[in-house]
Design a protein around this ligand. Structure first.
Ligand code: ACO
Ligand code: LMR
Length: 265
């Protein structure tokens, strides 16, 4: 590890990138060499963890998640916001940011909240029933559970794709999430383990078993909202696609028809 003792004399410190003899580096390795020998998913996971990924399984899940989450139709709130901004004549970054600002506790940004619940519950050996009950008592939604389109009879096709990548690794967080789903779907059919909740559980099991992270390291990732980053990165691809599509279509400013809004007078 480089000596960071002189950091008090520096304006910034970076442990993930730099420059050696005029050549940019990431994680201490030449950038161009890394970019021509490693996958995008490996670079994403390694840069975000601040050190090279240890496991091909982790790389494979990040790669699959990045591809699975690019878009989910022009119906979802974030895409619609980007489309509206594009049709209002806004530029690429402004339209992208409009979509990104929609990502939060209900849409796309529940991965981190679900990771917090699964991690704390498994760490403290809580029962799924007690966790579901505690959320119900507080009238709080369990992050990672529920969907507006999918339900028991019409499951999210993306979830099994991710689950199948866990292979033979121990998966206590996924087991807990599935046990919660079993209870919640007994209450309402749409209270399934959604793709945010599934990704959170799988990432936790990989970070523990494959990446050998300690509990305090995982807690720090939860505190920094690491688990939402994959959805943000991936869905940016879809939002930019919707922006460019709307620019091509040139349909002009969007306005809701009066009869589509309930008003009180
Ligand atoms: N945990 C506990 N109860 C829930 C949850 C939940 N996550 N979601 C809905 N419910 C309950 C509500 O309490 C309500 O119960 P009630 O009828 O007794 O009052 C009932 O289900 C219907 O609630 P709605 O808000 O109308 O359900 P809706 O289907 O609109 O909600 C949503 C879907 C927004 C995804 C919701 O389930 C939720 O906020 N989940 C948590 C956040 C989350 O995981 N979002 C990620 C979605 S997937 C993605 O964005 C990629
Ligand atoms: C998504 O990936 O955008 C969805 O799961 C959310 C939705 O409402 O379809």
């Amino acid at each position: 590890m480089d000596d960071l003792s002189n950091r008090q004399h520096s304006l910034f410190t970076s442990t993930i990138s730099g420059d050696v003899d005029g050549e940019p580096t990431i994680l201490g390795q030449n950038l161009t060499k890394t970019a021509t020998t490693q996958s995008f998913a490996w670079i994403v996971g390694s840069l975000w963890l601040g050190r090279p990924l240890k496991s091909k399984k982790t790389e494979a899940v990040i790669d699959q998640a990045l591809r699975l989450l690019v878009d989910h139709g022009p119906y979802v709130s974030g895409a619609v916001n980007t489309m509206i901004s594009a049709r209002a004549g806004k530029d690429l970054v402004s339209s992208l940011v409009t979509g990104l600002l929609t990502i939060g506790p209900r849409f796309g940004g529940a991965v981190n909240g679900a990771a917090k619940i699964w991690f704390e519950s498994v760490t403290n050996q809580l029962s799924p029933a007690d966790v579901v009950e505690s959320f119900a008592k507080r009238k709080e939604y369990i992050q990672g559970i529920g969907h507006k389109k999918y339900r028991i009879a019409a499951p999210d096709p993306r979830v099994p794709v991710l689950l199948n990548l866990t292979g033979k690794i121990p998966h206590p967080h996924l087991d807990f999430a599935l046990a919660v789903e079993k209870i919640t779907t007994g209450k309402k059919p749409n209270l399934i383990l959604n793709v945010d909740g599934a990704l959170a559980a799988i990432l936790l099991d990989l970070l523990v078993h494959e990446e050998k992270l300690e509990r305090d390291e995982i807690q720090a990732l939860i505190d920094a909202e690491f688990f939402n980053a994959i959805f943000v990165l991936s869905r940016s691809v879809g939002f930019i696609g919707h922006y460019l599509d709307q620019k091509r279509l040139g349909e002009g400013l969007f306005r809701l028809p009066d009869d589509q809004v309930m008003t009180k007078g």
